[in-house]
Design a protein around this ligand. Structure first.
Ligand SMILES: [Zn+2]
Length: 197
């Protein structure tokens, strides 16, 4: 038993030394007036980085079996699905709803529906999901055609929303891995970063 515990402890100590684990701060609510932690700040507070699950410049939520990238746009929000390993997933069999919560206490629930592939900017191999490209093509490993990473979309006029002025409570159903239905909330932190960053 002890011989098995040691490597785990050693690894944890290494992570502490590297600043990957920050004890005591995680889970505390942000002080009034401060911006909630972004995905990258949360990553610094003990989770792994989420660069791989931000292919569209969005905000990332992690659950036990998935990552979800939420992209706020003036016309609504898009949600992209990723595995626990941050490889892209298709959204075709998933659906749900978004409850937009505006600062004045108003809320509005909109259907979140899978979008047919069109104008996608991320392509991947369904057999080798680590093979991700910015344009259509063939998988370097198996020569299969790369497929576009589809999304879920909920239409809403968000053109007048200010940073921190909107929460989107997202409920998804039809996910694989005994996680359905699940709910998470994203706060609007401004428009998505451009993909080239
Ligand atoms: Zn392949």
């Amino acid at each position: 038993m002890n011989s098995r515990k040691l490597p785990t402890y050693a690894m944890f100590a290494l992570m502490l030394a590297a600043g990957a684990v920050s004890a005591g701060t995680k889970g505390n609510p942000p002080a009034a007036g401060t911006k909630p932690a972004s995905g990258e700040q949360r990553a610094a507070a003990g989770e792994h980085p989420h660069k791989m699950a931000q292919l569209h410049g969005g905000q990332v939520t992690k659950t036990k079996r998935h990552h979800f990238e939420t992209v706020f746009g003036v016309d609504g929000i898009r949600v992209y699905l990723y595995s626990d390993q941050q490889t892209p997933l298709l959204a075709d069999k998933t659906a749900g709803s978004v409850m937009f919560q505006f600062p004045e206490g108003k809320s509005k629930t909109v259907v979140l529906a899978p979008q047919p592939a069109k104008d996608e900017d991320v392509f991947f191999c369904t057999m080798h999901p680590n093979q991700v490209a910015r344009k259509a093509g063939a998988c370097p490993e198996c020569r299969m055609k790369l497929v576009p990473q589809t999304s879920l979309f909920a239409m809403a006029d968000l053109s007048k929303v200010v940073q921190g002025g909107l929460k989107a409570q997202i409920t998804l159903d039809g996910l694989e891995g005994e996680e359905s239905p699940l709910t998470f909330t994203e706060t609007y932190h401004g428009p998505a970063k451009t993909m080239n960053q």
